[in-house]
Design a binder for this molecule. Structure first.
Ligand code: SAM
Length: 292
């Protein structure tokens, strides 16, 4: 098997196939040999596990996952990589490549078809231009998966893993915590990639909760409430929510106080249960998700 994190090997492969990196597809391939084995181990790769990867590149992480798991299915959008992957992963009989956009693939169907009887997890070095859409896409569908281990831009990792009630917290932190518990695993410097990106990276793992973290009467309204609350970070909640839901500020203030939240609070000060109570109070008042 070729050493897929060796720069000369990578250059030789890319030259032979005339492959050029696409910035638009977030193509920064890993060249640091210690990263993929570590990601695979901490991502729960092992016997009895079926792994979904997003974005194979030339297969450096795919190979580490396939060495450990029963099966790996990788969704890769760039068809130019298919002949390369045929060569680099030729030694494995437990890898399937799906040439598609991960946001368009029916993952419930894929899991049912490919991973019968296996525990399923996701492990990927994500294309950074669509980190949040991919994570929300994976979580919103309530896939039967136990964890999502991903490399993301360092700043995105800080947002995703921020604790509610801290200054770093944002709408994505709250939205993701509805479905999972996020954890920082390790840092990866920009020099670990070819070509080197302008940012450093962090590997995080999202452990999927069996039930959502809070019970809400209307999920869509919950996510809209979170989004609206963080839409103008410096403003207080009555300001943010009244314009979004077309409610008088005084009514929002009374609603907040009824939930035990001061009317002077800002979104970053709220816990997940606070958001849950607020959403249910809005729902009971007859507020429904807005068409935006
Ligand atoms: N796993 C490889 C590695 O670590 O070297 C490649 C990682 S690279 C950061 C991201 C990969 O995702 C690229 O191969 C890119 O073509 C692929 N990709 C980008 N957008 C995608 C999408 N919407 N669906 C599936 N794959 C995508």
């Amino acid at each position: 098997m070729q050493n897929l994190s060796n720069i000369s090997v990578i250059r030789d492969i890319l030259n032979r196939y005339g492959f050029t990196f696409s910035k638009a597809l977030g193509q920064n391939f890993l060249i640091n040999p210690s990263v993929c084995p570590r990601m695979a181990e901490l991502g729960g790769a092992g016997p009895g596990v079926g792994m979904i990867e997003i974005g194979a590149g030339i297969g450096v992480l795919t190979a580490e996952l396939a060495k450990r798991c029963d099966k790996v299915v990788c969704v890769e959008i760039d068809s130019r990589l298919l002949p390369i992957l045929d060569e680099t992963l030729a030694g494995f009989g437990n890898i399937a490549i799906v040439n598609d956009d991960v946001l368009k693939v029916d993952l419930h169907q894929l899991i049912g078809r490919e991973f019968s009887g296996m525990e399923v997890a996701v492990c990927a070095n994500l294309p950074y231009y669509i980190t949040s859409p991919i994570l929300m896409h994976l979580l919103e569908q309530r896939l039967p998966i136990r964890s999502i281990t991903v490399m993301v831009q360092k700043e995105a990792a800080a947002r995703i893993t921020a604790e509610p009630g801290t200054r770093e917290v944002g709408a994505i932190s709250i939205a993701l915590r509805y479905y999972c518990t996020p954890k920082v695993l390790f840092q990866v410097s920009r020099g670990s990639f070819m070509p080197a990106p302008e940012v450093d990276s962090t590997v995080i793992r999202l452990d999927i909760l069996k039930e959502p973290a809070v019970a809400v009467e209307d999920e869509a309204l919950f996510f809209q409430t979170v989004k609206a609350a963080f839409s103008q970070r410096r403003k207080t909640l009555p300001n943010c929510l009244s314009s979004f839901f077309s409610l008088p500020k005084a009514e929002v203030a009374a609603l907040l106080e009824g939930c035990g939240i001061p009317a002077t609070a800002r979104a970053e000060q709220l816990t997940l249960p606070d958001f849950g109570r607020l959403c249910n109070a809005l729902h009971q008042k007859g507020i429904r998700r807005q068409d935006i």
